[in-house]
Each structure stands twice: as structure tokens, then as C-alpha cells.
Design a protein around this ligand. Structure first.
Ligand code: ZN
Length: 162
């Protein structure tokens, strides 16, 4: 329809998300496939190390970094179990987006928690990747998950009493 802006289907993930604004923002850019991963830098003619700094195995793409990478797999597995979600993150970009929407739609507290760890998980993975590239600093999965779980507890306390 003319003049009507088509909203991306993942808008529900942004709405009422208690995650930190910078985490929601990063999730938004990630879902729009606009984060500057090395495969995208290469399109701009910028030469950088192509191997993913997390698994040191695959070429860095958003699909690897956030979904298929061993590091990301372990982060999602631990985060999902921390909120007692009996589900596994799928392995392809398309399926991942559908999965996010399926679990992130609605108003229940469990849904709010899912959206929260989704945004903070994406943000955590992106920051970890940047720290490794630019600061040569790295954390293992356990340290990163601990930090995200801590942020979750602090920021979602109000969800439980509602
Ligand atoms: Zn990787």
C-alpha cells in the first residue's frame, strides 16, 4: 500500500524489551543484517582478517557469529537454560529469525525474559567479538553468560512481581 511503511516482522522483539537500550539497538541492527561483520567489510573493499575470532574456524558472517559458531551455540544453550526455556536455537539465519519471533511474541513474563536474553545475548556476542578484535581481550562462555544473567536479574526484577 502506498505511503504505508512495512514494519519488519521482528518489531515485537523490540517492544517493551527491558534489555539495555544499547542491547536492543544492537539486536535491531543485527536483525536488519547491518552489523559490519568482515564479509560485509569485504564488499566495501576493506581487507581484514576473515576468520571468526570466536571459533577461529569459519569465515566471519552474521550467521556464523550469532548462530552457527560454537561459541554462540554455547552462549544460547546456557542462556536458554538460565531462563528455563526448553528450546534450542536453530542453525540458519531464516530459522533463527522465525524462532525469535515465535518465542518473543506476546506479553507473558516468560516471553519478556526471552526477548531480554535475546537482545543481551546478541549484544554480548557482538561486544565479545569487538573486544577480541580491537583490544585482544577475551572471555570464555561462562564469564559472558554470568554477566548477562546478572544484568537480567537486576533489570527484570519488576517482571516477576507484575
Ligand atoms: Zn565462529
Amino acid at each position: 500500500m502506498k505511503g504505508e511503511q512495512q514494519k519488519p516482522i521482528w518489531t515485537c522483539l523490540m517492544f517493551n524489551n527491558a534489555a539495555r537500550p544499547k542491547a536492543c539497538f544492537t539486536m535491531w541492527i543485527m536483525l536488519n543484517q547491518r552489523l559490519l561483520t568482515v564479509d560485509r567489510l569485504a564488499h566495501w573493499g576493506i581487507e581484514v582478517e576473515k576468520i571468526c575470532v570466536m571459533c577461529k574456524n569459519e569465515e566471519e558472517t552474521a550467521e556464523d557469529l550469532f548462530i552457527q559458531c560454537n561459541y554462540a551455540r554455547r552462549i544460547w544453550e546456557r542462556l536458554l537454560s538460565s531462563i528455563e526455556r526448553q528450546t534450542e536455537a536453530p542453525m540458519t539465519w531464516e530459522q533463527f529469525v522465525q524462532w525469535c519471533i515465535m518465542h518473543g511474541k506476546g506479553k507473558r513474563a516468560a516471553t519478556q525474559l526471552f526477548k531480554f536474553i535475546l537482545a543481551e545475548g546478541i549484544y554480548g556476542l557482538w561486544m565479545e567479538r569487538n573486544n577480541r578484535i580491537f583490544d585482544q581481550k577475551s572471555r570464555n562462555e561462562e564469564q559472558l553468560v554470568k554477566e548477562i544473567v546478572y544484568i537480567t536479574i537486576v533489570r527484570t526484577q519488576h517482571l516477576a512481581v507484575k
